[in-house]
Design a protein. Structure first.
Length: 429
């Protein structure tokens, strides 16, 4: 596509990449065939091809965007299914990231929405604040009349009971037997509060197969939550904190891999080279460390994972968008589960998003709910006993309507290689 960006515009951060994405688009429309929102709404403006035109016009014009443009950009899940499908390799992520930053800078949202977005940006990335918010959620019932709608929806999603485990403490967990790798475990933010058992399972798994695991001090949220709100400066602060924590390891005893157990975090961590690529204080460190980032399943495959399922279970695997489209790791988790002896059932339309997408389920509840209903119908079509995924956001989003146990991939792999039976499986006959 032809563009009309000025030289001044192209000199702004991220604008050259956004313009390059627009120019790469040949308008073939193949992206619409795999876009979740286009599948539901059949509106050109709610598919990647139409959004590209809207975002191009907004960025070229500059200034405050129209309410129509904001509405259709907001409906994008950033699932990147379009990028996987695109024959021209349009880097849609760069364009939508730049568009969201522009909207955050130039568009004034309604008051309640501004408050809610500010709350999400301040609370979710901070485990202590988020933990308190989750504990106070039951009070939202009596106070519901005084709370804006988005806050009531968020309170309704709080877990009925707090996790029985606490997050792993910063420490070094030695490898069993000969050490093959030294890895840093990225703890993230939301997962620490909602399901810390995932990281405990990951530590047991990694140490069992020869990795020394270091849970670092100083790291935290990957920045993806705020990045997708268009808050680039905030996302960069979280990224710098993580890079600083990893650099201390690198300068000390060294680190071979940086491991994420949430595929949404992993996709963001792997992109730090772009996010901090021009940061004078962090560009060099990031160039050395970002290539070490791996999803936990990648490291398990590297370590030679082997397991044997203690029981016969029919498993439906939900491939998170951040895993299959963001990190391009389609098939790896499924292979490890199948080789361990779990019976994987086929899942229709596995490339489509479940509707979680970070904050999306809170900011776009109607669209998110429809996508969740469709995804759950596809996942349960073959009557699985367990649904497995590698991303905390997807797990929590689907658990709200799931009639079967839902686990993280590492919890089954840990059990199949000598770990404890996951607590969520205990009700199974």
């Amino acid at each position: 596509m032809r563009t009309n960006f000025s030289e001044t515009q192209l000199a702004r951060p991220g604008m050259a990449e956004a313009a390059g994405a627009v120019r790469s688009c040949v308008h073939c429309g193949m992206c619409n065939a795999t876009c979740p929102t286009f599948q539901i709404l059949a509106d050109e403006r709610d598919g990647p091809r139409g959004r590209i035109q809207l975002m191009q016009a907004m960025l070229e014009k500059g200034g405050a965007p129209s309410e129509v443009t904001v509405r259709h950009v907001d409906r994008c899940l950033s699932c990147l299914s379009c990028r996987t499908t695109c024959p021209s390799s349009v880097d849609y992520a760069r364009l939508v990231d730049r568009a969201r930053s522009h909207i955050a800078e130039h568009y004034t949202r309604p008051r309640d929405e501004r408050w809610f977005r500010s709350f999400l940006a301040a609370v979710l990335p901070r485990p202590r604040l988020f933990r308190w918010a989750a504990r106070l959620a039951p009070l939202a019932g009596p106070l519901g009349w005084a709370l804006p709608g988005p806050f009531q929806r968020m309170a309704a999603l709080a877990p009925a009971r707090a996790p029985t485990e606490t997050p792993p403490k910063p420490a070094t967990y030695p490898a069993e037997g000969q050490r093959k790798l030294r890895v840093a475990l990225h703890r993230g933010c939301v997962q620490q509060v909602l399901d810390p058992a995932i990281d405990h399972a990951a530590i047991r798994l990694l140490t069992r197969f020869g990795a020394e695991v270091v849970v670092t001090k100083g790291g935290g949220c990957c920045g993806a939550l705020n990045h997708h709100l268009g808050l680039e400066a905030s996302a960069k602060r979280y990224a710098r904190a993580n890079v600083s924590a990893w650099w201390k390891l690198h300068e000390g005893a060294g680190v071979d891999r940086i491991v994420s157990t949430a595929s949404g975090c992993g996709a963001q961590l792997k992109d730090y080279g772009h996010l901090l690529g021009r940061d004078p204080g962090y560009a060099f460190r990031t160039r050395k460390l970002a290539p070490l980032v791996r999803d936990v399943t990648e490291v398990l495959a590297e370590l030679g994972y082997a397991g044997k399922a203690p029981e016969e279970l029919r498993v439906a695997y939900h491939a998170a968008c951040s895993m299959q489209h963001g990190q391009r790791l389609s098939g790896l988790s499924e292979r490890l589960l199948a080789e361990a002896g779990f019976a994987l059932v086929p899942v229709r339309d596995g490339h489509l998003c479940c509707g979680s997408a970070g904050h999306y389920s809170l900011l776009q509840p109607e669209m998110s709910g429809e996508l969740r209903s469709r995804k759950m119908a596809a996942l349960t079509e073959r009557a699985p006993q367990v649904i497995v995924s590698g991303n905390i956001g997807c797990l929590e989003h689907l658990r709200a309507v799931a009639g079967v146990a839902m686990l993280h991939t590492v919890e089954l792999l840990d059990w199949a290689s000598g770990g404890p039976k996951p607590e969520r499986l205990s009700p199974l006959p």
